[in-house]
Write a protein that binds this ligand. Structure first.
Ligand code: FES
Length: 107
């Protein structure tokens, strides 16, 4: 299990133990984390799984694909340098203890 910390816009943190290979949107939805919607189920069409990755660890993630970059232009909240779509981030041992912050809104 990989520990992922989900931080809401007020700074409250919920830590989940995410199975290796599961994406961070699925884990959030299954565990009732408010702030991640995941409307399209992870097929890269909705952008309602937007999150901000801890900038210090951004380089440890696989870089976004062209499709993810395009969809990041449509996120509802402010897009930042550390914006990613959580459905495109798969839990792995290397990401243990990663923090992601949830945006103010997904719509
Ligand atoms: S869940 Fe729809 S783009 Fe991530």
């Amino acid at each position: 299990m990989i520990r992922i910390h989900y931080v809401d816009p007020d700074g409250n943190t919920t830590t989940l133990n995410v199975p290796d290979g599961q994406n961070l949107m699925q884990a959030a939805v299954q565990n009732g984390i408010d702030g991640i919607v995941g409307e399209c189920g992870g097929s890269l069409v909705c952008a309602t799984c937007h999150c901000y990755v801890d900038p210090a660890r951004l380089s440890e993630l696989n870089p976004p694909t062209e499709e993810e970059l395009e969809l990041l232009e449509e996120v509802a909240a402010q897009r930042k340098d550390n914006s990613r779509l959580s459905c495109q981030i798969k839990a792995s041992a290397a990401l243990d203890n990663l923090s992601i912050t949830l945006p103010e809104t997904q719509y």
